[in-house]
Design a protein around this ligand. Structure first.
Ligand SMILES: [Zn+2]
Length: 333
């Protein structure tokens, strides 16, 4: 299931193999086998076909409504949110000491919770509930395809006040040597456009995480030109290979005890993570850890040609996105 999750196109079928262009030392330990998007081959549209190559032009940030605030906290003992930081993504800053060591902004005992590979039924809503119960927050890096499968769940993530970035269109390993540079850009851009589509046209944050933490240098540069921040992590929960929820909690707490702080990589796609999160948040609170929220100064500027292509792929009835209740009214029965 893990491997089947990657896309079907032959060009991407060996997505886990190429590391030759890795900018940084080979991704740590099992990162290359990380995160198993369950993209069903039968349901997966063809990979991003890609508009013609062109110079990257950054449109001005879209004007859009302010994201809903988190609801008021009714739990006086909640973990909560200790600090909110705003990120200026100009030039594509990198976060997470596994790959980027320039921006050491977390104080001792501060953590950032991050969740990849959603949105996914049951598990993502369970993660949302655990966060809400503790009045806390995280950054979600959804897969574009998954976002087209479960747009309502992604809307719930955004409506709850969490930060939403992107994690490619199909979870392709962008270090795969068989991918052209254009195909890699397509993965990035179509991923953002898919998230935007799923959010009903609201642009997500210009926050990006490379699948399996594989960072091809030319795409790092590309994201810099696109003013998109790159998120590696400080500590990997390895939740995708945990045998049980307790293992996720143990791994994170052991690493935190050693590092004292950090951006934590988890997957709302994973059942064990969803099950582990209430206990993990309890342990963070008991250990004196504080959650930091990261917000982008401006939303991402998606490229119009990818927005258009996405609409074509999902075969949307573009004439109307109104809810059924506003279109169909029972007048007699
Ligand atoms: Zn992933």
């Amino acid at each position: 299931m893990r491997m089947a999750g990657l896309i079907l196109a032959s060009a991407m079928s060996v997505a886990m193999t190429g590391t030759a262009w890795s900018q940084t030392p080979a991704a740590k330990s099992a990162a290359a086998t990380q995160a198993a998007p369950a993209v069903t081959p039968a349901a997966a549209p063809a990979p991003a076909a890609g508009p013609a190559p062109q110079a990257v032009a950054n449109p001005p940030p879209p004007q859009q409504a302010t994201q809903p605030a988190r609801t008021a906290c009714n739990n006086p003992n909640a973990l909560g949110v200790a600090r909110t930081v705003e990120i200026d993504t100009t030039g594509g800053p990198g976060f997470g000491f596994e790959h980027f060591k320039e921006l050491d902004f977390l104080r001792d005992h501060e953590v950032v919770l991050t969740f990849d590979d959603g949105p996914w039924p049951r598990n993502t809503p369970a993660v949302l509930k655990a966060l809400a119960d503790q009045c806390t927050t995280g950054i979600f890096f959804p897969i574009g395809l998954h976002s087209t499968y479960e747009p309502e769940i992604l809307k719930q993530v955004y409506a709850a006040g969490h930060t939403v970035g992107a994690h490619t269109w199909s979870h392709a390993n962008l270090n795969n040597k068989k991918l052209t540079e254009q195909q890699k850009k397509d993965e990035i851009e179509k991923g953002f456009s898919a998230v935007k589509w799923a959010l009903g046209g609201i642009s997500p944050s210009p926050f990006f995480r490379f699948p399996a933490l594989q960072h091809p240098p030319e795409m790092v540069t590309y994201l810099g030109n696109r003013n998109v921040a790159i998120f590696s992590c400080d500590l990997d929960s390895f939740d995708f290979k945990a045998s049980k929820p307790e293992k996720v909690v143990d791994t994170v707490m052991k690493k935190l005890d050693k590092l004292g702080k950090g951006i934590i990589l988890m997957h709302d796609f994973q059942k064990h993570t969803a099950e582990a999160l209430p206990e993990l948040l309890n342990r963070l609170k008991a250990g004196g850890f504080k959650v930091v929220a990261m917000r982008a100064k401006s939303p991402v500027s998606t490229l119009p040609e990818y927005d258009q292509e996405l609409l074509k792929d999902v075969k949307l009835p573009t004439v109307s996105t109104r809810p059924v209740s506003s279109v169909v009214t029972t007048v007699s029965e």
